[in-house]
Design a protein around this ligand. Structure first.
Ligand SMILES: Nc1ncnc2c1ncn2[C@@H]1O[C@H](COP(=O)(O)OP(=O)(O)OP(=O)(O)O)[C@@H](O)[C@H]1O
Ligand SMILES: [Mg+2]
Length: 424
């Protein structure tokens, strides 16, 4: 018999203090099962520890302990083994009780006919296998259930977090739209009143102070407007208003808005438009915002006297409008790159932080790129960055040349009255 066939056979342990009976049973079953025999309970325990026994059959009358007692013990130590009993005992009640209490699976009385015993043992093995299969299935089911429960717990935790974020956002929008804007309006009201009432009486220091109050309030107003706009674009409804834009006019308007800052930094904006790109189909306000955010960053994060490049064109098959903004400025550290498009991410540094500035390396509140990304995606496009710290950054925006309805459908919401504005 080959080793593998031997392995396929179930292991059957028979316990009886009479060697003749053990011999007879071993001979009867040796073809079908791997038969082990024990004359004592102690030997039986050893064999059970050494082998993968599936069915144990014991005589009820044993010198050290009764068969039922041994099988009860086995039920605790090796519950998966099927326990059967044979007995010539006339008092069958103990056996029936043992079966009813679950210590013994079945019994057969002596003397038996070999056919009967074969059937009896084969049923015990059958029972072992079906129980094993059921246990395995149950185990798998339990594992799947546990996984499900874990996933459910994760989901509901994520849900809770989302609800919280949503609530925070609502409260934040409320604060921005009322709590901030109201005092800003009051500041403007007072500076207006002061100018009107005191007019020429104001000393030059007073006038300067008033202008300072006005410009700070204006900056505050701009920040509040930008934050509100970003949150509003995310939560409420806006429709893309796609129109054909003349690219030269579009670039002129960008240049006009950026010129004051370029001049102050003595920087140059070099624009290159590929000849086939005369018109683009896009939402003018959003595309303007997107480009201004990228270009203002390029101004801030470049050194004085440097050149910033803006390239606009189509890809080879004319499917994508590709806009790139390249600077040779400070660049972005590797560890920050994955976060720069997150709202409110700004590599905060108290020395550099000062919102509303175009000066070298001034960080703002960190919403410019979040807005740019959002607007690119609203058009069915995307934005990416390639940057090296100390060498400069290269932002690429790809938009479908002809945004299709279903590309923008996900973002298609009620009309927005947003108008473009400089990031600062
Ligand atoms: N061209 C660039 N070169 C180097 N770093 C950049 C560049 N553009 C963006 N960053 C980095 O990414 C961060 C996020 O940019 P983002 O435009 O979102 O915010 P911000 O410019 O700091 O503030 P905001 O645009 O809201 O006024 C910046 O603070 C800066 O650290
Ligand atoms: Mg910015």
């Amino acid at each position: 018999m080959s080793q593998s066939q031997d392995h396929a056979k179930g292991t059957f342990l028979v316990i009886d203090d009479e060697p003749d009976i053990l011999d007879a049973i071993a001979r009867l079953f040796r073809r079908e099962y791997h038969v082990l025999t024990a004359q004592t309970v102690a030997r039986a325990r050893e064999l059970i520890d050494e082998h993968n026994v599936e069915v144990v059959m014991t005589d009820q009358r044993m010198p050290e302990m009764s068969g039922i007692e041994f099988l009860s013990e086995l039920r605790t130590t090796h519950p998966h083994i099927v326990r059967v009993l044979f007995t010539g005992y006339s008092n069958i009640n103990d056996v029936i009780d043992a079966i009813n209490e679950g210590h013994v699976y079945r019994y057969i009385s002596k003397p038996w006919k070999p056919v009967e015993l074969r059937l009896f043992v084969s049923q015990a093995f059958e029972y072992y296998r079906s129980k094993r299969e059921r246990d395995e299935l149950l185990e798998r089911l339990q594992e799947a259930n546990e996984q499900l429960e874990q996933q459910n717990a994760l989901l509901s935790a994520a849900n809770e977090e989302l609800k919280l974020v949503d609530r925070v956002k609502d409260v934040f929008m409320e604060v921005v739209s009322h709590e901030l804007n109201t005092p800003i309006a009051i500041i403007f009201g007072y500076t207006y009143l002061l100018r009107k009432e005191m007019g020429e009486e104001l000393s030059s220091v007073g006038k300067k102070a008033l202008a300072g109050v006005d410009s700070s309030a204006m900056r505050l107003k701009n920040i509040s407007k930008r934050i509100f706009k970003m949150l509003d674009e995310e939560t409420s409804s806006t429709t893309l208003e796609l129109t054909w834009l003349d690219i030269d006019k579009f670039v002129d308007s960008l240049r006009e808005q950026l010129d004051p800052f370029l001049q102050k930094r003595n920087q140059t904006l070099e624009v290159s438009i590929s000849p086939e790109t005369e018109r683009v189909l896009a939402d003018e306000d959003k595309l303007t915002d997107l480009c201004l955010n990228l270009l203002m960053n390029a101004i801030k994060f470049s050194y004085d006297d440097q050149t910033i490049e803006l390239d606009i064109g189509h890809d080879d098959d004319g499917e994508q409008l590709v806009i790139t903004v390249r600077d040779c400025g400070v660049g972005i550290p590797d560890e920050d790159v994955s976060q720069i498009f997150d709202a409110f991410f700004s590599t905060f540094n108290s020395g550099h932080h000062s919102s509303g500035q175009f000066q070298f390396n001034k960080r703002g509140i960190g919403i410019g790129l979040a807005v740019a990304k959002r607007f690119a995606e609203m058009h069915g496009g995307h934005i990416q960055v390639d940057s090296k710290e100390g060498e400069g950054s290269h932002f690429t925006v790809c938009l479908p040349a002809r945004p299709r309805e279903d590309d923008v459908a996900a973002f298609s919401r009620r009309s927005s009255s947003s108008s473009h504005q400089l990031p600062h």
